[in-house]
Design a protein around this ligand. Structure first.
Ligand code: URA
Length: 243
């Protein structure tokens, strides 16, 4: 890889900024000052330092975002704000994309990465990766609804869902509403909202709280994000069952 690209991908700014660093003789490769951006290095074998500090190369980035309502789960849109617009410019050269989609009015856990292989694993319909949602429902979810979830709900278009899990957290008879946790293993369009509609009720608030081994970090306010910890990354890679 070119030295300037390597430095830029490792957080040392644009090519122009990197050029300046090189010109100032602040970069060394294997203890030799290098001033040429097109100098070729091996990201595995060569040791690069900037002002004496070793540079760690990061090929992939994994961001855990608490998606706020009102933004699209897309990389770009000519009119509306997307989840990528929420991310700081320091990550712009990573070409991040969201792993799957949440509706515009849904909030909660959304993984952003540039790791295509992991994304493929997590979204593959064959892998049945579990996702759990907290939902506020207009109406009272019943034991019959729980049974229906367990059996596999048939949506309004006739398509059948895999068995899911419905846990009722709170029933508010006075306001005719309930709070529930819904776990599903697929990702059909508007799936949770349509499953609840099939029970004759309506989702009025939806938030994803888990995806596979990942859990929403409740210290993140909607719109905030952080990189996955090493532990979270390892668990995510390890938990993936065979395809
Ligand atoms: N199910 C939905 O209905 N909406 C989402 O955003 C995610 C799952």
């Amino acid at each position: 890889m070119r030295l300037d690209k390597f430095l830029s991908h490792s957080g040392f700014g644009s090519r122009k900024e990197v050029k300046l660093l090189l010109k100032k003789k602040q970069v060394q490769v294997n203890s030799q000052v290098q001033t040429k951006g097109d100098f070729k290095i091996s990201t595995k074998e060569d040791e690069v330092t900037v002002v004496g500090e070793k540079v760690l190369y990061q090929k992939y980035v994994y961001l855990l975002l608490n998606k706020p309502q009102g933004v699209l789960s897309a990389t770009e849109d000519s009119k509306q704000k997307t989840v990528i617009d929420l991310i700081d410019e320091t990550y712009s050269h990573y070409d991040l994309f969201p792993v799957g989609r949440l509706d515009k009015d849904t909030e909660g856990l959304l993984l952003l990465t540039n790791d295509g292989e992991l994304t493929h694993f997590l979204l593959s319909p064959k892998r049945h990766v579990k996702k759990t949602y907290f939902a506020h429902i207009d109406g009272i979810m019943t034991e019959d609804d729980q049974e229906y979830f367990k059996k596999g709900i048939t949506l309004e278009d006739g398509s059948k869902c895999l068995p899911g899990h419905l846990e009722v957290l709170k029933k508010d008879e006075a306001n005719n509403s309930s709070d529930v946790l819904i776990t599903i293993k697929e990702g059909k369009f508007h799936q949770v909202k349509r499953m609840v509609l099939a029970c004759g009720k309506e989702v009025t608030f939806l938030k994803r709280v888990t995806m596979g081994s990942l859990r929403l970090d409740e210290t993140l306010q909607p719109g905030e994000y952080r990189e996955l910890t090493e532990k979270e990354r390892t668990e995510l890679q390890q938990f993936l069952p065979e395809e």
